[in-house]
Structure formats: C-alpha cells, structure tokens
Design a protein around this ligand. Structure first.
Ligand code: PGA
Length: 267
C-alpha cells in the first residue's frame, strides 16, 4: 500500500523565466517525465503563468505554487499580489527567498506577515532561510538562520491558530544559490536539525513532522548527497528545474529515497 503522504518534496522555482505559453509546455513535459507517486512535486512559475500552468497540469498530481506574496490583504500596493488572489491558482507559496531579501530588502518581520497571509488563505508556505558566505566563514551560519526563523515565525505564530503545522522550511545558503557551489550534505543536515529545534522553540507542535528542504545549485548530480541525510525531506530547485531531463533525474533519485523511507516507516 502506498502511504498517503509522499515522503519527499521537490519544489521547482522558475524565478523570472518562461512566458505563459512556454511555462505551460514546460510544466506538462516535467509532469509527464516525473510521475512518481512517492514524490510530491510543486512547480512555482511566475505569477502571470500560474493560470496556464494550472491548466497544463490538470489531471496530474503536480501542484502549483507562487514565488512570493504581498504582506497586506489588499489596498493601494501597485504591482502587488495578495495571498487571497492566489487561491484557486496556487496551493503553495515561497516566502522570504534570499533574492527578495536582497533585491527588495525584505525583513524577517515583513516575511512573518507574509506567512500570516498564507495561513489565512490556506496556502502552504515554503519559508526560505540561509546565511551569506561571510556569516558561514565567521561561524555564524546557524545563528543567522535561527535569527531569521525567530524574526519571521515569531510574527507568524502571533496569528490565529499559531504556527502553520504544514510549514516547510527551505535551507538555502545564499552563497550556493545559482553559483554551482553546494553546501555539504552533513552541513545541510546539521542546519536541518537546528531549524527543527528553533521551530519547536517557537511553538511548532510537531517539528519532527515538518519538512525541511535543501536549496542552492541542486542538480541531478548533487541531489543524492542531500537526500542521503534523513533530516532532509527534499529540495527547492532553481536553474535545474527549467530542464525536463534534470527534473526527471532529480525526481527519479528522490523516488528512491521515498521508497527507502516508506519501507523503513513500515518496519
Ligand atoms: P538554484 O536556485 O538552484 O538555481 O541555485 C535555488 C533557489 O534559489 O531557490
């Protein structure tokens, strides 16, 4: 019997790539090439492609996610997209990506309010955290990530119902994003432990049950090192997620982990 909850999560972050037409074709090709029941797949295209991608994925088990959401519910915020507007188009949403922290100067407090909006709208949040190279070199990687979690989840926990039990945290060292460099699996696993510990301290009732992803230059060659770590539940994939063959190989590798973990859970 297949478990009800897939054990591995692979999230594609397409960033500012693809037109709506291209996105629909790519999404369908990826869905067809990655049909593995033990791997949950989520594609996060640009906002303008959410509808075409959703249509292209109809009848598949691939979910759609947003790449960001506005911290307010509605109002005079030109160019903004609220969580409520994503309902029906997406069921997941990336929040706090390091490119937005860098380019839009997003603070942890703002990211916390975005998490609140996701919770109100029923979107599963994928919260990104990660240190810069200097912080890692100074031995402050864990402290940085714990501060990011406290600053954002502290705000999110103040809302009705507290922290969203479906919370997904993606550990993405900033120096690994789009650079071809990756963290070592053991370092990512140590950070996953710290993330669960921080989330427990912030009131998450089942930290063992939360998903922690690794992200940063994940490819079909590097995914295995991360999934070999029991504390890592999947990956947030940027550049490689725009290539069908790469996604097929990444999800195939994830399916092996899914199989091994579901067998271990049964024994
Ligand atoms: P990358 O991006 O895989 O291209 O490094 C990952 C991300 O930014 O989510």
């Amino acid at each position: 019997m297949m478990p009800l909850v897939p054990t591995v999560l692979i999230v594609a972050n397409w960033k500012m790539n693809t037109t709506p037409g291209d996105a629909a074709q790519l999404a369908r090709a990826i869905a067809d090439a990655t049909d593995e029941p033990l791997v949950k797949r989520v594609i996060c295209p640009p906002y303008v492609s959410l509808a075409t991608v959703g249509q292209a994925l109809a009848g598949t088990a691939v979910d759609v996610g947003g790449q960001d959401v506005h911290a307010e519910v509605s109002g005079a915020y030109t160019g903004g997209t609220s969580a409520e507007m994503l309902v029906g188009l997406a069921s997941w949403c990336i929040v706090g990506h390091s490119e937005r922290r860098r380019d839009q100067a997003e603070s942890d407090e703002l990211i916390g309010r975005k998490l609140l909006r996701c919770r109100e709208a029923g979107l599963v949040p994928i919260l990104c955290v990660g240190e810069r190279l200097a912080e890692r070199e100074q031995g402050r990687a864990e402290e940085t990530v714990r501060n990011q979690l406290e600053g954002s989840l502290g705000v999110a926990a103040s809302g009705a119902g507290g922290l969203d039990p479906r919370l997904v945290v993606a550990y993405e060292p900033v120096w690994a994003i789009g650079t071809g460099r990756t963290a070592r699996g053991v370092d990512a696993a140590a950070m996953a432990d710290a993330i669960r510990d921080s989330c427990a301290g912030l009131g998450l009732t089942d930290p063992a049950g939360m998903s922690v992803l690794y992200g940063g230059s994940v490819t079909s060659s590097s995914i295995g090192e991360f999934l070999a770590e029991p504390g890592i539940d999947g990956a947030l994939v940027g550049g490689a997620s725009l290539k069908v063959e790469e996604m097929a190989a990444i999800v195939a590798r994830a399916a092996l982990t899914g199989q091994a973990r579901s067998e271990a859970a049964r024994t």
